[in-house]
Ligand binder design. Structure first.
Ligand SMILES: CC(C)(COP(=O)(O)OP(=O)(O)OC[C@H]1O[C@@H](n2cnc3c(N)ncnc32)[C@H](O)[C@@H]1OP(=O)(O)O)[C@@H](O)C(=O)NCCC(=O)NCCS
Length: 423
């Protein structure tokens, strides 16, 4: 077997041999297939449906088998046995940390959680009803003005410092945005607490001297953060890489990722699941409506997973822990009934539609009393480590260039300007 592709261009009768590497051909190799005097052949792939944009050693997904691995470690094992900061270290550095390395990383992150006071005023400047994702995007972007040295992206030490700052400050920014919406005073970070415990304290602390969240809630949030830490080349990661390819600072690149995640097709599905569950009367009737094409069963189906999304299985388990503290969310019963019926129904089986990560996560967030606008913020905070791991990999990759897709031009050509009085 030869690892190549033989192509005959029927326009010219010429034959070409294109190398196949890693199950792909290089789009640039197609350029040689050309009519005389014309530009060479290109591919047309809106939405990157079948185009690899990079080589990556961070996250592996097998959608048919329902497999998700970070740096080769199955998501189930990471969710069961590690902490979010341990997973962030793994994504960023390629290997699990030793206890000393984890202690060092945790110390560094913990000591970068505070924001410049001016940034607090910046956040206070938003309207009372500003969407927390808009606030998060703007304040991450503003961070680049506080750390102009972040432009030194070729310096590994400098990159490490900015990565630490971003991972550390995201929960603070997210919590401030939340408190702003509630009209409550912002709560400063508590360096005695773990990453997730501190986040919960910054969100919910009132007049008590010390806020200690229930251990089960801390663990559940830790699991949710681990599940959302990376998901290879999705829309927001592609945005971070694309903007990062211009060699801008990491704050600006991550702000672009937050913008992409803000969109309802990406980060907003769990909110849609909740709205759907709230208005369902009879489950059987609702499913019939979905099958008749009247609407979608939100939280079901995925572009990549054609099997049970492994993250959905883990979240379902986390539901039990959260509801043991908060009381059962009455919508859970409807969700479970929907899932049971759908998994036995030919319509869903034949289309390989299974619950995805968003089917249960919204229920947990609601039980924790987050307003729906905060759901995507809870996604953006842990995804920051994945975005930055991908950004760093991009910078190290000699194959990468500034992202600049081709187009197929469909407009008019070379026309003479018409003076306005003659139009
Ligand atoms: C995620 C999603 C956009 C993937 O879309 P996709 O890979 O482009 O799949 P398609 O839209 O081509 O769907 C294939 C078939 O399944 C059906 N289908 C897909 N998701 C469905 C859903 N949630 N409910 C009912 N039918 C669904 C489509 O109507 C289509 O049916 P058809 O072949 O009879 O036309 C889609 O499944 C969806 O909209 N799900 C609900 C939203 C959601 O939960 N998003 C979060 C993703 S993490």
């Amino acid at each position: 077997m030869t690892d190549s592709l033989s192509i005959r261009d029927n326009r010219t009768g010429r034959d070409y041999e294109i190398a196949i590497t890693d199950g792909t051909i290089r789009a640039a190799d197609l350029k040689q297939i050309a009519l005389d005097g014309e530009p060479g052949l290109a591919t047309y792939d809106p939405g990157f449906v079948n185009t690899a944009s990079c080589r990556s050693a961070i996250t592996y997904i097998d959608g048919d088998a329902g497999v998700l691995e970070y740096r080769g470690y199955p998501i189930e094992q990471l969710a069961e046995s590690s902490s979010y900061l341990e997973v962030a270290y793994l994504l960023l550095n390629g290997e699990l940390p030793t206890s000393d390395e984890l202690a060092g990383w945790t110390h560094e992150v913990t000591h970068h959680t505070f924001l410049h006071e001016n940034l607090k005023q910046f956040i206070q400047g938003f309207r009372y009803d500003a969407h927390p994702m808009g606030m998060l995007m703007a304040s991450v972007s503003a961070l680049s003005t506080y750390y102009p040295d972040a432009r030194e992206i070729a310096d590994p030490e400098n990159r490490r410092l900015q990565i630490t700052r971003l991972v550390a400050k995201m929960p603070t920014l997210g919590a401030f945005a939340y408190r702003h919406g509630q009209g409550k005073p912002y709560v400063y970070p508590d360096n005695d607490l773990s990453y997730t415990a501190n986040f919960l304290a910054m969100l919910f602390k009132m007049s008590e001297q010390k806020y200690n969240a229930d251990e089960r809630l801390i663990k559940a949030l830790e699991v949710l953060f681990i599940l959302h830490a990376d998901h290879e080349q999705n829309c927001s990661t592609n945005a971070v890489r694309s903007v990062g390819s211009s060699q801008v600072d990491p704050y600006s690149a991550v702000a672009a990722g937050i913008g992409a995640l803000y969109g309802p097709l990406h980060g907003g599905a769990n909110e849609a699941v909740l709205k759907m569950l709230r208005r369902i009367g009879t489950v059987g009737e609702f499913i019939e409506g979905v099958k008749a094409g009247k609407e979608k069963l939100m939280g079901f189906g995925h572009r990549v997973y054609k099997n049970y999304d492994p993250r959905a299985t883990i979240i379902k388990k986390a539901c039990d822990d959260v509801f043991a503290v908060t009381g059962v969310n009455p919508l859970l019963k409807i969700a479970m009934e929907l899932e049971k019926i759908a998994l036995e129904d030919e319509y869903f089986i034949s289309r390989k539609l299974y619950p995805n990560v968003d089917f249960y996560s919204g229920l947990i967030y609601e039980a924790l009393q987050f307003p729906p606008e905060m759901f995507t913020v809870l996604f953006a905070i842990p995804r920051t480590s994945g975005w930055l791991a991908q950004w760093q990999e991009l910078l190290m990759d000699k194959d990468q260039k500034i992202a600049r897709p081709k187009q197929i031009y469909t407009g008019a050509r070379t026309r003479d300007f018409i003076p306005i009085e003659k139009r």
